[in-house]
Each structure stands twice: as structure tokens, then as C-alpha cells.
Design a protein around this ligand. Structure first.
Ligand code: ATP
Ligand code: MG
Length: 344
């Protein structure tokens, strides 16, 4: 088996309403991983336009996500922080990979089915092809590790299938061009901890999403203490007190969700949290959750607000990141051109 240089890539769409699920499922992991890996963290604006976006809002949201990355503790000097549309090779590789991916593979993607809803004929081709662009985002850097929330697991599997098929289809050319047995690594998803799938506060069967119409379904990173308190207190629960053990959370998705959020914010295991709160009713647990969430999130919210005011700083970070990302992307895209047989 060929070994590849270890590298982390992940992205967040430049759509509004960055929420607790994005933070606990993704960004918190990004911060952790920067200690031990070379990381690229991308604001994926090309993905955002798979559904209609207002151009001015799109720019503002790109800056907002970049500000959130930095406010959460991502160091843009040590890591590469940039927005996707500034590195054209993402889209360029996506074309090549869409000639590798099979329609049957894409037809199985559940995110497309969820997002397109009943009116599938009217969804954009970009929304359908989203997972191929995502594979290109990762593979253009030959990234080996991808921290994501649980909802992206299927897309990661597809990225691995695409990488594998490219390596197989072009095996001779890959060898001839001096890249050994395989050009792309099979990127590994990093999905772990108590909050890989934070659920809506209104419906324990739906994931917390930026695109949910109800603002009460999520805690936004821009919410102040009063908003957090209101949303947690209104969060759907059931009439039973909290169980003392994890097994007691089975069949209680709303309770499971709130305990998972508490555990992730506290950096503790769910079992440990239940050891403390088992037998408590929801009103007292919710009070504790509000206190913890406000303590953890308000410094981030304040820092995000401060950074956001300095647009030229944010634009500078993204430009610098894009320049550094482009060096890697161009080298890999040139290799792909040689492997596929494009003259250059
Ligand atoms: P949308 O609903 O528009 O797709 P989103 O909330 O899913 O928005 P994305 O920008 O698509 O946000 O996702 C960014 C990252 O956050 C991804 O790694 C994704 O897996 C993760 N993520 C999104 N929602 C959750 C959630 N509810 N729990 C844990 N992780 C999540
Ligand atoms: Mg999403």
C-alpha cells in the first residue's frame, strides 16, 4: 500500500446561521486537529450556490464563516484558511471527477433527496453534483483526513469510491507518470464524539441545519445569552426525568440530543453527564445547559463580532490562504492533466 503525506481538509458552506451543530460536529474538531496535522479549512462558496444566494449576502456570509473559524481558535497562519472560489482547480478537478463518478452512485445520495424534496426536476444540476465537487475539494489537495459531521459520511464514502476508480482507471498512466500505484489517497472521515449529529431543538428526528426555516430549531453562533436561554427552554423534550445511564436515552431522541450537546460542550462523555443529572427533570437540566452554553459560546460570539468588523483583515486572510492553497492545487491539477492525457 502506498503511503501519502497526511493532510486534513474540511469545509463549511458560506450560508448564514452558523450553528451549534457546525461548531460541535466540525469546527471544534478543526481546532483540535491543527495541533497535529497540516490543515486546510475552506469556506465553500461554490457549494453555497447550489441553491439560490443573494450576491451581497454571499460575500457577507463568506466573511462571517472565516471570522468564525478564527474566533473558534483556528490559526490562519499555521493553517490554510481560504474560500473555495479563489482556487479554480476545485471546479476544474470536479469536471474530471464527474466523468469518473457514475450516475447510479449519485442517485443514492440522501442529502440530494432531502434538499431537493418533492420538486426534484427543478433542483439545480449543481445540487445533484455537489458530492463530486466535494470529492474534488478533498482530492485536489490529496488530503488524507476529513473531519465532518455524521451527515457527510455518505459523501465521504463517495469521495473514496471516486478516488479508487480514478486510481484504477488510470493505473498505467499513474505508474508511467511516476506516481506509483495510486495517485489519490482514499480520504478517511473523522467523525467522533458525543455530538457528530446535533439534532434540531424542535424535532429530534431532523438534524440541526443552517437551512431550517425555524430559527428556534438551532442555536446560532451569533445568538446572545438571552436567545440561547429562550431556545434551550423552548426545546422539545419528553415528560420523563433524565435517565442515569445511556441505555435509558434509547427511543428518546430529544433527551439524547440535549445530553449530547451538554457532553460535547463540557468535553465529557454522555455517561458521565447522566451520572450527574440522572433523575433530574428537564427544567433543571436545561438551566445547567443554558449556563454551560452561554459560558462556552459567548466569548466566541464576541470575538466573531470583533473580527467581522475588520473586513480588510478577513479578505487578507482569505487571499493569503488562497495563494498558499493554489500552489498545492496547481501542482496536483497538473499531475491529473498528465495522468488523464491533457496536453499542457
Ligand atoms: P445546510 O443545511 O445548508 O446544508 P449545514 O448546517 O449542514 O447547512 P454545512 O455548511 O453544510 O452546514 O456543513 C458544515 C459542517 O458542519 C459539515 O462538516 C457538516 O457535517 C457539519 N454539520 C452540519 N450540521 C451538523 C449537525 N447538525 N451536527 C453535527 N455536524 C453538523
Ligand atoms: Mg450541510
Amino acid at each position: 500500500m502506498q503511503t501519502f503525506k497526511e493532510r486534513v481538509f474540511s469545509g463549511v458552506q458560506s450560508t448564514g446561521n452558523l450553528h451549534l451543530g457546525n461548531y460541535l460536529g466540525a469546527i471544534l474538531k478543526f481546532v483540535e486537529l491543527q495541533k497535529s496535522y497540516d490543515c486546510l479549512y475552506c469556506v465553500v462558496d461554490l457549494h453555497a450556490i447550489t441553491v439560490p444566494q443573494d450576491p451581497l449576502a454571499l460575500k457577507a456570509n463568506t466573511r462571517e464563516i472565516a471570522a468564525a473559524f478564527i474566533a473558534c481558535g483556528i490559526d490562519p497562519k499555521k493553517n490554510i484558511v481560504f474560500n473555495q472560489s479563489q482556487v479554480a482547480e476545485h471546479a476544474e478537478l470536479a469536471w474530471v471527477l464527474s466523468c469518473i463518478a457514475r450516475i447510479g452512485w449519485l442517485n443514492r445520495m440522501t442529502q440530494f433527496k432531502d434538499k431537493a424534496g418533492k420538486d426534484r426536476e427543478n433542483a439545480s444540476i449543481g445540487l445533484y453534483n455537489y458530492p463530486v465537487l466535494m470529492a474534488a475539494d478533498i482530492l485536489i489537495y490529496r488530503a488524507t483526513h476529513v473531519p465532518v459531521g455524521d451527515d457527510q459520511k455518505q459523501h465521504l464514502e463517495l469521495a473514496r469510491d471516486i478516488a479508487q476508480k480514478f486510481n484504477n482507471d488510470f493505473s498505467e498512466s499513474i505508474l508511467r507518470n511516476g506516481f506509483g500505484e495510486a495517485f489519490f489517497p482514499l480520504p478517511e472521515p473523522l467523525i467522533s464524539g458525543p455530538a457528530t449529529r446535533v439534532m434540531s431543538l424542535r424535532d429530534g428526528a431532523k438534524k440541526m441545519s443552517k437551512s431550517d426555516a425555524s430559527d428556534y430549531s438551532r442555536i446560532n453562533l451569533s445568538d446572545d445569552a438571552d436567545q440561547i436561554a429562550q431556545k434551550v427552554r423552548k426545546a422539545k423534550t419528553d415528560p420523563e426525568p433524565l435517565p442515569s445511564e445511556e441505555k435509558g436515552l434509547e427511543g428518546r431522541p430529544e433527551a439524547d440530543n440535549l445530553v449530547g450537546i451538554y457532553a460535547a460542550l463540557a468535553g465529557r462523555a454522555k455517561a458521565d453527564v447522566l451520572g450527574e443529572f440522572g433523575g433530574a427533570n428537564f427544567s433543571s437540566f436545561k438551566n445547567a445547559l443554558v449556563e454551560l452554553a452561554v459560558a462556552k459560546l459567548s466569548p466566541i460570539t464576541a470575538e466573531m463580532r470583533r473580527i467581522k468588523q475588520d473586513e480588510s483583515y478577513i479578505d487578507g486572510v482569505l487571499r493569503d490562504g488562497a495563494a498558499r492553497a493554489s500552489v498545492i492545487a496547481r501542482e496536483n491539477m497538473n499531475a491529473v492533466k498528465d495522468i488523464v492525457g491533457f496536453l499542457r
